[in-house]
Design a binder for this molecule. Structure first.
Ligand code: IMP
Ligand code: MG
Length: 173
């Protein structure tokens, strides 16, 4: 059955922002390249576009984080799988997530990576949900901003659905 979606950010808008982010990240990273840690599942699609838009050489790694218990409500505890299979010692690291809300996911992942002795850790989220951010939890880079809305598409799920949409849509407009 076809679903009507309320498009918040079109595929073109997203592509423009991804290219801008790639340029900014390129300017900040040198010849040594960067270890890109993709926060699964949501950031898979954003990260795929971002690393292909970047000139900086990347090595890809993946971590799974999940804080939404029922697809809508932030859970009490963040579940992380810390099976990072790449040596980040003395290297530049970029942690990539789809959206930053309270900032806990990126904060906890950063701490996990910092404990492994990288040269530098930066964070990027395609979308910044600005209303509920914890103090000192701003990402280094973000592309788009929203308020307290729940969004889905372009990797972001609504209860595991719609990650495959090329655009970002607003739930319950
Ligand atoms: P934080 O730890 O509160 O910053 O939550 C960030 C995580 O919550 C993201 O990685 C997403 O998986 C999820 N999330 C937050 N807001 C939304 C949304 O509007 N749609 C889908 N997932 C979201
Ligand atoms: Mg996530």
């Amino acid at each position: 059955m076809a679903t009507d979606h309320t498009v918040l950010f079109s595929a073109d808008t997203i592509a423009e922002k991804v290219n801008e982010l790639a340029d900014r990240i390129d300017r900040d990273h040198g010849e040594d390249g960067v270890v890109v840690i993709v926060v699964l599942k949501g950031a898979a699609i954003f990260a795929a576009d971002l690393v292909r838009a970047m000139e900086t050489e990347t090595e890809l790694a993946y971590l799974t984080a999940s804080s939404y218990v029922d697809g809508f409500t932030p859970g009490e505890s963040l579940s992380l799988r810390d099976d990072l299979d790449v040596d980040v010692g003395e290297r530049d690291v970029l942690i990539v997530d789809d959206i930053i809300d309270t900032g806990r996911t990126l904060q906890e992942l950063s701490a996990l990576v910092v404990a492994q002795g990288p040269r530098r850790v930066a964070t990027v989220a395609l979308v910044s949900k600005t209303s509920r951010r914890a103090p000192d939890a701003e990402p280094d880079y973000h592309g788009l901003e929203i308020g307290d809305e729940f969004i889905y598409g372009y990797g972001l799920d609504w209860d595991e659905r719609y990650r495959d949409l090329a655009f970002i849509a607003l739930a319950n407009p």
